[in-house]
Design a protein. Structure first.
Lengths: 323, 285
């Protein structure tokens, strides 16, 4: 346990820039951008609609107050959807972890520091496991923390700006249970994320521990080449291979598993199942539907295959002769 | 368990070429063994096999364990510096110490910090900001602070200047080494290690051509500064090597009694370097 703690810390030291500073800086940039544009818009009254009907301009004032007068609608909508503001951070997470996995077992071989790590009493299984945990749990948790912090700040800032313009959003917003539940539900989705990410993490780590160089080319090129070759075989022999199935269930799971929420299109979850009473996305429905994807066997098959590839990566690290 | 490393019929092939060829040897505890051979002679391969880094054929036990199957347990008691190993560029001095202290039960933090205090390294320094010599200094400080039963050093002082090299070997002898420990060391700078070695192993083309204690080497090999008038007599005793210094022939004899040689001229113990050159003649031919 103590060794694992230090191994995780080691990974964090090495990748602090990509895992902590990059999302933190992006979050601050998004906050500043949002604040400035919202403040600018409100001061210019840009939220009033200008409508030109038959050449006559009509100014429509639909202020936030009007919207709020429709009941808790807007507050509910915001409370359910405010985390969507952090979507760029989660896309970033997928990219960061993708390249983290590609480098995880390759960089140490390239710079020969693997021989230093291997001179310490740390097994290859422990080392590889620490990298899996970093990719699947540590990095997502950091991003979630930053995303929640940023989203809450953004909503409160927006509400504050509205308050200066005579509309009190803060009260109705804070009284929405969804406002507090949304971050918890996102953390609650982590186990789903891990299971869906395992095939990709496994594939990337395997390539990372095997390829001598050009890990990205191997990791992405080999699957694409496989599709092309299967297409040829299919065309030449006319055996009627289900290439769409292969692409969706093997290639896509192996390459896109790190994208948060990828399970929704993968399992073809009906978008209508996640729409709440206000015709907006209901976070609790997303949560339930996400967990329900685990009922299908495919995700488990993928996770087992991912686990096998991770084991393979550890074996390669144990025996590959680094000269 | 008398032997720290014990090899019986150890072989390693890379494709068709043989790196280590059916080698057998024992290294007892409490020795400092110099494993010396030309480039590509199989010394690094032998060490890698002993450290469980590569598969091999034959029998090899290290501290009574099989390095292939018991590597994780073995590394509790073994430490090594591989010739090509370097520390990762992002590592800070303080983090390196914390990490090794965290994962190694036999690491003595105070010792490591004491070694580092004798260098210009600062705790906040990253490896990428260090000179090559400083990286080695950090690596050595970390490894020397580990109380391992077996320490394997493959070209440990590569890139260090002579001041630090001397200091390192002095530390190794005075501060690190004791009769419970065993050190296996390979280096091209033979002159610098010969006075600290207790045993010598020459390896050539995957075979061990000489394995003896330094005392035995001293008894077996004699260097004689032969005067011109004794040349014929000296040649009759079949010197294994011969060179000329200031017009005098310096000959190296294997197993000829010293009393007999003393009549030919001035005798002395050959240096390991001279012995090495004589033994390895024609290695690159």
């Amino acid at each position: 346990m103590k060794t694992m703690k230090w191994l995780l810390r080691r990974e964090f030291w090495e990748h602090k820039g990509a895992m902590l500073w990059a999302p933190a800086v992006a979050a601050v940039a998004m906050l500043v951008l949002m604040f400035l544009s919202l403040a600018f818009a409100l001061s210019k009254g840009l939220f009033d609609g200008h409508l030109i009907v038959n050449g006559k301009e009509k100014v429509m004032h639909f202020s936030v107050a009007d919207l709020l007068s429709q009941g808790g609608g807007v507050a509910e909508m915001v409370a359910n959807g405010y985390m969507a503001a952090s979507a760029p951070l989660f896309i970033m997470l997928a990219a960061v972890v993708f390249f983290y996995c590609l480098g995880a077992l390759h960089d140490e071989r390239r710079d020969r520091s693997i021989l230093f790590w291997k001179s310490l009493p740390v097994s290859d299984n422990e080392t590889v496991l620490s990298k899996v945990i970093t990719a699947a749990i540590v990095a997502p948790l950091i991003t979630i923390a930053i995303a929640v912090f940023m989203s809450v700040l953004m909503v409160l800032l927006a509400a504050l700006l509205c308050a200066f313009h005579g509309v009190n959003m803060i009260g109705p917003l804070l009284s929405q249970p969804a406002f507090y539940l949304t971050p918890l539900q996102i953390i609650g989705l982590l186990p789903v994320y891990v299971l869906w990410a395992l095939p990709t993490i496994g594939w990337l780590l395997l390539v990372s521990s095997w390829a001598k160089s050009k890990v990205f080319l191997w990791a992405v090129g080999a699957p694409i080449l496989a599709i092309v070759m299967l297409k040829w075989v299919d065309y030449l022999l006319g055996v009627g291979l289900d290439l769409q199935w292969f692409t969706q269930n093997v290639i896509a799971r192996g390459l896109f598993g790190l994208v948060p929420g990828v399970w929704l299109p993968m399992e073809q979850v009906n978008p209508h199942a996640m729409v709440g009473a206000q015709r907006t996305v209901a976070m609790s429905a997303v949560f339930t539907q996400s967990w329900m994807t685990l009922a299908a066997p495919s995700v488990w098959v993928g996770a087992v295959i991912g686990g096998a590839m991770i084991y393979g990566a550890a074996r390669l690290r144990r025996w590959k002769d680094e000269g | 368990m008398s032997a720290v490393i014990s090899a019986r019929g150890l072989s390693k092939h890379y494709g068709k070429s043989v790196a280590v060829d059916n080698v057998s040897f024992d290294i007892p505890a409490g020795k400092i063994v110099g494993l010396i051979g030309p480039n590509g002679s199989g010394k690094t391969t032998t060490l890698k096999a002993a450290l469980g880094l590569i598969p091999f054929e034959g029998e090899l036990t290290v501290l009574g364990m099989d390095p292939r199957t018991q590597r994780d347990a073995l590394m509790q008691d073994v430490c090594f510096i591989a010739d090509v190993a370097i520390l990762p560029r992002w590592l800070r001095v303080a983090d390196a110490i914390d990490f090794v202290a965290g994962v190694h039960p036999r690491f003595d933090r105070v010792k490591a910090e004491r070694y580092l205090a004798a260098t210009k390294l600062q705790p906040s320094m990253k490896v990428k900001a260090m000179s090559k010599g400083m990286v080695v200094q950090l690596h050595l400080a970390l490894v020397m602070a580990i109380d391992a039963k077996l320490l394997v050093l493959d070209e440990p002082t590569l890139g260090l200047d002579i001041l630090y090299r001397k200091q390192f070997y002095q530390n190794l002898l005075e501060d690190y080494f004791d009769e419970q420990k065993t050190i296996v060391i390979t280096t091209h700078q033979v002159e610098e290690v010969e006075h600290i070695l207790t045993d010598l192993m020459f390896i050539r083309e995957g075979k061990i051509v000489l394995s003896a204690s330094m005392d035995e080497v001293g008894e077996r090999y004699t260097e004689v500064m032969v005067g011109a008038d004794h040349l014929a007599a000296a040649n009759a005793l079949k010197p294994i090597d011969q060179r000329t210094v200031f017009g005098k022939s310096v000959m190296l004899f294997d197993g000829v009694p010293r009393i007999q040689l003393a009549t030919l001229g001035e005798i002395r113990n050959p240096s390991v370097a001279d012995l090495f050159v004589a033994t390895m003649k024609g290695s690159y031919a």
